[in-house]
Ligand binder design. Structure first.
Ligand code: 3UK
Length: 542
């Protein structure tokens, strides 16, 4: 359906008009709402001027902004590095405003400085995950028409292997190398004045960690980068200047970009940026950096829970789980191990960050929560009409951020009637709490019954033999689909026919028997994306 009000954009500050030209047509945009006073942004806005320059002007120059494995930069020091990199990009490389810069690096302070410099200079950041290969990078570089690359030296292999020509490639974290970014930066010691961008100039093209198909680029404005800071962390998480943020999501994933960089900067707090974290090393890092807020995925919490007793986690006040559904079994295990009541939150690359969540006394275990202040959500039933409490339907969301795919017909799938449809099947209760059931296309339909895989997984995860599991629908002649569980057993457990029967009986005793897994396959590893998401389609195809 076409809507009557088309969005009106303010004049762009960009010389290179690629981003504006490749936004979806206005009638395909979601509605945007700025219903909180803090979301009333001025028409000209550079998010890094706000997050960094304004922070220093406010007197936070000596506060710690980012912490890495071997460095600790104040807001002032981060600002000087960001300015030097911005000079390199604009003066040395001659990039013009609106050009796209591909970024490649793991979580570390230089990667953060590079992202901020790109935005401050009026260029558009295209961050990429460290594990991507040349083929995948080429697809992204082609689609976003990359003008330059900033790459961490230890990840240069795949960039050197790129087939297409990129005019500028600069390597960072490369001290001593002849053409390192660090050497170029040393020649620029003057402040860089942030480009006076329009609040609705695109600053970020984030490619979805999508499980299938050609990657989708989601386009976000300068104002969006601030809007996510002024919703979830401000209202739900209630983060403060003395917080120390830590966690695993890559900066190239908007979960990590917000949670480990933008959120701390917005309130004068610090973000710890560490590479290659394991459950063990993250616990050790929380203890040694005295972190107060942790962001990671449910499986990571599940793996950390049994190890937690060995670490001093007394500094940790808040733990945020996102990226995938949080099983109740995992919530309980983490709370038993640490005393912390997990803050679950659903976010999406299309919406930039978390839009439904709950913290503190508002947490209702089993529910993701309620719409974060600034956002609205509802459930759309099979008939396309609004569904009331107790009915499973498609989750629809709107707020200050929303989906704008870079030149992609799939915009029509994600946005309907001004609402963002995330692809999740959800249910609401009479109090307005939202309960995740499954991805819409992962709902298992077996012999006429609708079965949500995550519900069966949650039961299996409570069985003492189960380390991890995934439940999917396998095609079946008789039942349409068959409930199939893939199970990783705990060390020392015999994965045999007796255990299969035991697991099946265990499920039947706790939820409606028709939901029990008729097939159980024991495996060593579940297929996951770099952002920790289970790739159910790979299991279904197995
Ligand atoms: C799923 C969840 C249940 C859900 C993300 C926080 O995950 C993020 O973005 P992606 O684009 O994936 C979005 C999809 O992931 N999901 C995320 N969180 C939850 N399902 N409970 C949750 N708590 O299917 C959603 O549609 O990779 C998460 C912040 C920023 C993000 N980009």
């Amino acid at each position: 359906m076409t809507r009557l009000t088309a969005p009106v954009l303010s004049p762009s500050a960009y010389q290179d008009t690629f981003a504006r030209e490749h936004l979806p047509p206005p009638e395909q945009w979601p509605d945007f709402h700025f219903d909180l006073p803090e979301l009333a942004y001025p028409a000209r806005l550079n998010c890094v001027a706000e997050l960094l320059d304004a922070a220093v002007a406010r007197g936070w120059g000596e506060r710690i902004a980012v912490i890495g494995a071997s460095e600790r930069w104040t807001y002032g020091e981060l600002q000087r590095r960001v300015d030097a990199i911005a000079h390199v990009l604009r003066r040395d490389l001659g990039l013009v405003s609106g050009n796209r810069v591909l970024l490649r690096g793991a979580n570390n302070p230089m990667m953060a400085a590079c992202i901020l410099a790109v935005l401050k200079a009026g260029l558009i950041a295209v961050p990429t995950m460290p594990l991507l290969r040349a083929r995948e990078l080429e697809a992204i570089a082609g689609k976003a028409r990359i003008d330059a690359v900033l790459c961490s030296a230890n990840l240069r292999g795949e960039i050197d292997a790129l087939a297409g020509p990129v005019s500028h490639i600069v390597y960072f974290n490369a001290p001593g190398q002849p053409d390192a970014l660090e050497l170029r930066m040393a020649r620029h010691t003057t402040p860089f004045a942030a480009l006076d961008t329009a609040a609705d100039d695109v600053c970020l093209i984030s490619f979805t960690s999508g499980t299938t198909g050609v990657p989708k680029g989601t386009m976000h404005f300068h104002r969006d980068a601030l809007a996510i800071c002024d919703c979830f962390p401000r209202h739900t998480l209630a983060s403060q200047a003395d917080d120390i943020f830590i966690g695993t999501p890559p900066l190239a994933f908007t979960f990590g970009l917000g949670g480990l960089l933008l959120f701390p900067l917005r309130v004068g707090a610090a973000g710890v940026l560490l590479e290659k974290l394991t459950p063990d090393s993250l616990l050790a890092a929380i203890a040694s950096y005295r972190a107060t807020v942790c962001f990671t995925a449910p499986t990571f919490y599940r793996q950390m829970a049994p190890l937690a007793a060995g670490f001093d986690l007394s500094s940790l006040a808040k733990s945020v789980s996102a990226g995938e559904a949080l099983p109740l079994a995992t919530r309980d295990a983490w709370q038993a191990a640490t005393g912390l009541c997990m803050i679950d939150g659903i976010g999406a690359t299309e919406l930039l960050h978390i839009f439904i969540s709950a913290a503190g006394d508002d947490i209702r275990p089993g529910a993701t929560g309620k719409p974060v202040p600034g956002y609205q959500a509802c459930i759309i039933g099979a008939d396309g009409a609004l569904a009331g409490p107790g009915v499973i339907g498609r989750l629809a969301v709107k707020g200050p951020t929303g989906c704008r795919y870079l030149a992609d017909a799939r915009q029509l799938d994600y946005v309907h009637d001004g609402w963002n449809l995330t692809g999740d099947a959800y249910e609401m209760d009479a109090d307005g709490y939202f309960y995740y059931r499954s991805r819409t296309d992962d709902m298992i339909i077996s012999a006429g019954y609708n079965i949500a895989g995550p519900e069966v997984e949650d039961v299996l995860l409570r069985h003492p033999a189960v380390l991890e599991c995934a439940v999917v629908g396998r095609a079946d002649d008789e039942r349409g689909q068959l409930v199939e569980a893939y199970v990783i057993v705990k060390p020392g457990v015999a994965a045999d026919a007796a255990l299969v029967r035991d697991l099946q009986d265990y499920v039947k005793a706790q939820i409606a028997p028709y939901k029990y897994p008729r097939a159980i396959t024991f495996i060593d590893k579940l297929p996951r994306t770099e952002t920790g998401k289970l790739q159910r389609f790979k299991l279904r195809a197995a």
